[in-house]
Design a protein around this ligand. Structure first.
Ligand SMILES: Nc1ncnc2c1ncn2[C@@H]1O[C@H](COP(=O)(O)OP(=O)(O)OP(=O)(O)O)[C@@H](O)[C@H]1O
Ligand SMILES: [Mg+2]
Length: 362
């Protein structure tokens, strides 16, 4: 068996009658950046706490570096932790805050000075060593929290919404910094966020969580373009999601009957049967509004609304049965040639139709 850096198998945690985590199994390679992504209450923090040894799972196993860690106390798990609003010690200056885990490990003072200087340089805050936490901005404090974590070189770092409290601009800067630090230092990172863009930007793989269960694990690309469940399709990015019935199954494509009686052609990825009820998804940016009726898929509708979101423009189109479809295009300069109330033929390639068979009933 490959030795994973971190592995959980069927970890379950209940609080009284609340099942916070049903049976979570994840595997992480050394140096990987894996993100738990899911809505509030889906069990992300519960899984992180179980790995850290801060809650007692009802059942399941946790291995760290190939060793069963179920009964190891938190401080013996060699994990670093950075949480949202991570409280630095307010009465200690920045140097002492960062030196703290090294002092705990009885490192000689000369070496402590060297190591603290090294990590302060990494987070580009070497000039604040003598200040107290209250003399730093929120973003700087968060960087110090990262430095305090990096300084003792844990083999795995757990981060629970470390950027949640920061404004968008700072969040984006720190996202890049964390990513760079991860790449430069080769640390294994298990990250938690409910922000899908953040997950897409930072992760090698994303683990989508829903209601205490793992919904799907994959690379950002796989999850975005080939979600296997309704939940993942809907949670990541925007999507046109519809019910359909399978009409014909070819060698590599499937013909379905969708809303407004439209015939929809999709690629065959998973086996489906004629007559089966399925759902399919089309990303709005793969739907064109240029009236090309010759493509794999073409359906007529009426333009109801146009919203310009800076770089992109969203077109809302109503099909003959009232179903709404969204098309997203890069915003063009000058006025758009299509107007509200106009008929247009939406069209997309069969490779853009993602058939969801796993939870068609939900
Ligand atoms: N100590 C506790 N006692 C009772 N229920 C709890 C406790 N901790 C968590 N829960 C419940 O367990 C479920 C999962 O909680 P968890 O904190 O893991 O969610 P989360 O995915 O981290 O959510 P968020 O994005 O809001 O942080 C929730 O329904 C929550 O109310
Ligand atoms: Mg949480």
């Amino acid at each position: 068996m490959t030795e994973y850096k971190l592995r959980t198998h069927n970890v379950r945690k209940t609080y009284g009658s609340v099942v916070a985590l049903k049976a979570a199994s994840i595997e992480m390679q050394e140096g990987e950046f894996l993100t738990l992504l899911g809505p509030s209450g889906s069990g992300k923090t519960t899984l992180l706490m179980a790995i850290a040894g801060l809650n007692n799972p009802d059942s399941g196993d946790i291995w760290i570096d190939g060793k069963l860690a179920n009964f190891l106390p938190p401080f013996k798990r060699d994990l670093g932790m950075v949480f949202q609003n991570y409280a630095l010690f307010p009465h200690m200056n920045i140097f002492d805050n960062i030196a703290f885990p090294l002092r705990m490990r009885k490192m000689p003072m000369a070496l402590i000075r060297k190591e603290v200087a090294r990590v302060l340089e990494i987070v580009e805050l070497d000039h604040v060593a003598k200040r107290f936490p209250r003399e730093l901005s929120g973003g700087q404090q968060q960087r110090i929290a990262l430095a305090r974590c990096f300084v003792y070189k844990p083999s795995i770092i757990l981060m629970d919404e470390p950027l949640g409290a920061l404004d968008k601009k700072l969040r984006e800067t720190l996202q890049r910094e964390i990513k760079q630090l991860h790449e430069n230092l080769g640390i294994t990172v298990l990250y938690v966020t409910h922000d899908q863009e953040e997950a897409m930007v930072m992760s090698d793989r994303i683990c989508v969580m829903n209601d205490g269960s793992i919904d799907q694990i994959g690379t950002p690309n796989e999850l975005y373009f080939q979600p296997s469940t309704m939940f993942s399709a809907d949670f990541l990015g925007e999507s046109n999601l519809f019910d359909a019935q399978v009409l014909e199954v070819g060698k590599d494509s499937v013909l379905m009957r969708g809303p407004a009686g439209m015939n929809v052609l999709g690629e065959l990825k998973e086996p489906v049967k004629i007559g089966e009820q399925v759902k399919f998804m089309i990303r709005p940016e793969t739907v064109d509004t240029d009236n090309d009726a010759t493509r794999d898929n073409a359906v007529e509708g009426i333009l109801k609304e146009v919203i310009v979101f800076g770089q992109i423009t969203k077109y809302f189109i109503e099909l003959s049965d009232g179903t709404e479809m969204v098309s997203t295009q890069l915003t063009c300069r000058g006025s758009s040639t299509i107007e509200i109330g106009q008929r247009i033929i939406l069209n997309w390639a069969k490779t853009s139709t993602v058939i969801l068979t796993n939870d068609a009933g939900s």
